[in-house]
Design a protein around this ligand. Structure first.
Ligand code: GBH
Length: 464
């Protein structure tokens, strides 16, 4: 085939879903409007030293008010699928109890506006903005009390949006919010207690299963999954130790959630190495296993991994005893974020790993994207000329298409992270992942070259 886009067009079926992704706290702003309660990210951002420059999502992209224009912008780019999240503290300001009807109405109106523009909403229930009250009263995800509270919240949203939305996920990247929030303290609530992090992972699985029970009753015909994030791990050398370490590292990332959901238990390597790991009982396993309708993968990067006995920490991936330190630059061009290297072949290997281990039937890439070295220091219009990001998307979409075309991976869709530059958690506004530039002093949006590239690709490949 003459060009990468012709290859992608021929490999990805006409029903392939293209979309862009966002999350409530990262784009909405208006954090005290219409009865919204505080979340752990409001509190964490307001704590000195936790985010870049003390920045928060208080204003973010003002998507809460500006969504009509952003929907028009997506239409102009030919985007037909939009991944968004619902903010729990807008629906239940204190996490439980009385429903804030204004919060529900916001999402009903947003979803209807998307559908009127022929853009299908794809809804995530939890993208990290836990109501602060639940953290304060029982320690949030560290406590089993979260399970019923999450299921009750989910049920409110299912009943409000269930007739309008087909594709759902319960959790965005539980690996990130459990371990970065509770083990290394870089994310809210900022704890540094490994035991809490593993309890969080366990409660996430139980809460997912409890929410899915509500979902089956409330949204017949709907599809639900969990956004599981994983880097690809390539063995640093051909030694059997490094190979085993690389296998282990993926098991300690995708496998922590993927294995219970598809195979009914934690990975063996995790059970072996994590002290006091909560036991998934056979009753619990029955509810957890088989509870997702498709696999949702968030994927950004690949690392070289070598065996490093005793390594402990997020880079060594907790108890995996595996180090991710490859020779500088070898794995691929580095993005603006120090953790992100451009490695297109990694997404193909990652997709194959998911497909071979779980046979999920349908796989969606629900996040993929990058920031651009030095981008945040650029003025307009230079900031729009994001060749680095164009190359990233071309490489990754092409490699994903190869997984579909040559490896039999049932890839059904792909969401670019992100539609807009937005609040990048601990990095504040210093990192920009958007295909659309946001001028934070005026809130004006400017289409980057990467958005035009993807729009052109969407147009070439077609989007169901
Ligand atoms: C996603 O996480 C999030 O879902 C999204 O909200 C976010 O905006 C986007 O990525 C871009 O960052 O510092 O060495 O401990 C991405 C997955 C996993 C990336 C953990 C950063 C930290 C590596 N994240 N990783 S390290």
């Amino acid at each position: 085939l003459s060009s990468p886009s012709a290859f992608m067009a021929s490999s990805l079926t006409p029903t392939f879903w293209w979309g862009t992704a966002t999350a409530a706290y990262q784009v909405e702003g208006y954090t005290t409007a219409n009865g919204r309660g505080a979340s752990i990210w409001d509190t964490f951002s307001a704590t000195p030293g936790k985010t870049y420059n003390g920045e928060s999502g208080e204003k973010a992209d003002e998507f809460y008010k500006r969504y009509p224009a952003d929907i028009k912008l997506m239409q102009s780019l030919g985007v037909r699928h939009f991944r968004m999240s619902v903010a729990w503290p807008r629906i239940l300001p204190k996490g439980t109890g009385t429903v804030n009807q204004a919060g529900v109405n916001f999402y009903v109106t947003l979803v209807d506006a998307l559908k009127a523009a022929d853009i299908q909403p794809y809804v995530t229930l939890y993208h990290w903005d836990l109501p602060q009250t639940l953290q304060d009263s029982y320690g949030g995800w560290g406590s089993s009390r979260i399970v019923n509270d999450f299921a009750a919240y989910a049920d409110v949203v299912f009943k409000a949006l269930g007739s309008r939305v087909t594709y759902w996920t319960t959790f965005n990247e539980p690996w990130s919010f459990c371990f970065m929030g509770n083990a290394n303290g870089q994310h809210a609530p900022g704890l540094t207690d490994r035991a809490v992090a593993w309890n969080c992972a366990y409660h996430v699985l139980l809460a997912h299963a409890a929410a899915v029970k509500k979902f089956r009753a409330a949204v017949p015909g709907g599809k639900i999954g969990m956004n599981i994030n994983s880097d690809w791990s390539e063995p640093f050398s051909s030694s059997s130790q490094d190979q085993a370490a690389a296998d282990r590292k993926v098991e300690f990332m995708a496998g922590i959630f993927g294995d219970p959901l598809y195979l009914g238990d934690w990975p063996a390597s995790v059970k072996q190495r994590v002290p006091n790991l909560p036991t998934i009982t056979s009753d619990q396993a029955r509810d957890i296993k088989g509870s997702t309708d498709y696999f949702a993968l968030n994927h950004y990067t690949t690392l070289y991994v070598k065996d490093a006995p005793g390594a402990y920490g997020l880079e060594g991936l907790l108890d995996a005893s595996a180090s991710a330190n490859g020779p500088e630059g070898l794995v691929g061009p580095q993005a603006d974020s120090s953790w992100l290297y451009t490695v297109p072949w990694g997404i193909r290997k990652m997709l194959n790993w998911v497909n071979n281990r779980y046979h999920p039937g349908e796989i969606y890439v629900t996040e993929n994207g990058c920031d651009v070295p030095g981008e945040s220091g650029l003025a307009l219009p230079e900031a729009l000329n994001d060749t680095f990001r164009v190359n990233f998307y071309q490489g990754y979409v092409q490699a994903a298409a190869q997984a579909a075309a040559y490896d039999g991976v049932p890839l059904k869709g792909y969401f670019a992270w992100s539609l807009l530059d937005n609040f990048e958690w601990a990095d504040g506004y210093a990192k920009r992942f958007g295909i659309v530039y946001v001028d934070y002093s005026t809130q004006a949006r400017y289409v980057k070259r990467s958005a035009r590239y993807l729009a052109n690709l969407f147009g070439t490949v077609g989007s169901a």
